[in-house]
Design a protein around this ligand. Sequence first.
Ligand SMILES: Nc1ncnc2c1ncn2[C@@H]1O[C@H](COP(=O)(O)OP(=O)(O)OP(=O)(O)O)[C@@H](O)[C@H]1O
Ligand SMILES: [Mg+2]
Length: 386
Amino acid sequence: MRKKIMLLGSGELGKEVVIALQRLGQYVIAVDSYENAPAMQVAHEYEVINMLDGADLDRIVAHHEPDIIVPEVESIRTENLYKYEDQGIHVVPSAKAANFTMNRKAIRDLAFKDLSIRTAKYKYAKSLRELKEGVDFCGLPCVVKPLMSSSGKGQSIIKSLSDVEHAWDYAIKGSRGDLREVIIEEFISFEYEITLLTLTQNNSKTLFCPPIGHRQERGDYQESWQPMNMNQALLIEAQNMAEKVTNSLVGAGIWGVEFFIAKDGVYFSELSPRPHDTGMVTLANTQNYNEFELHARAILGIPVNEITLLKNGASAVVLANKKNNHWPVFTGLDKASEITETDFKIFGKPNTHPYRRMAVALAYGDEPVEALVEKAKSVAREIIID
Ligand SMILES: Nc1ncnc2c1ncn2[C@@H]1O[C@H](COP(=O)(O)OP(=O)(O)OP(=O)(O)O)[C@@H](O)[C@H]1O
Ligand SMILES: [Mg+2]
């Protein structure tokens, strides 16, 4: 039963995956591009490499011969994962899932063209001229994003035609790798957005966590809450879409499927074939298993029969504000702890930069989620990083 598991990406989400796997008796090698990444601090071994470098990936996979590879970030040379799968290594949830979600184009075309799932209107552009055509097609306002980026990098809203040039330059600058292509999307003025954590299993049925609501700023989530109280018919529609996409990408694991809920219905936005940052709210023990434990079970083929909501919860991020603060000191934890039915997790990142997520504050209980969000924010405010 003891498997050798290689985790590609060692941030705070990876760290929780390692903890969950360790609690099931597994052996983990954590990989990332810098020393002392959070997951490395709780793994058996670690490697520091550039995961976009295929040769370097090949080298560590050949060296460690893992049974299972668990991608925890998008920026991996995902083409190589197909090769590892052919060699008999279990890639989580699948090489296809990691490869298709690395680039916005593959996943968007799969959803809209192949699976007929409703998305915002969209077009791609490889030049400023094509961008202008795309803007004409999508209408104003619209959103421009590099095909390869995350956390809102390079993303901007075009409100008038005078924004087009800036949007192009900004997207190209924020693009990962050397890909000079962007997606233009119709702006959806949604009423709220949700993450639907979806659990696919090898020998058991697909399950859904109660929906998570969240608020984004600068491309990163600021607060999330569970459950998002929403219309049951809309939730079922989102669940059906999530089941279709995850079925098509194949494999077992937890998926963070993102939707916009507008007056006129549900729009699929994107998905991550791994735990989702907004799902950190489940660290408040809102469910019988948190999203990392669900992922670990799916990876190991341990069936989960049901996912139940135990209590309401909220999370609020704790951000750094200084540049290059090495092993920052956290104070105010005593004050934060005075707020009842709350908790916090400190990720142990070795360095800060402005807006870097360093910890998460949690609140739980029977209160409405709106009140829990305020509580989690109060905890986050008490925590000082210096
Ligand atoms: N077409 C759109 N209409 C309205 N809002 C949008 C649209 N696309 C993105 N947004 C807003 O921007 C946020 C980030 O967008 P998206 O999830 O596509 O980017 P991302 O950089 O991949 O983020 P992450 O990887 O951190 O989830 C969304 O959660 C939503 O709040
Ligand atoms: Mg997103």
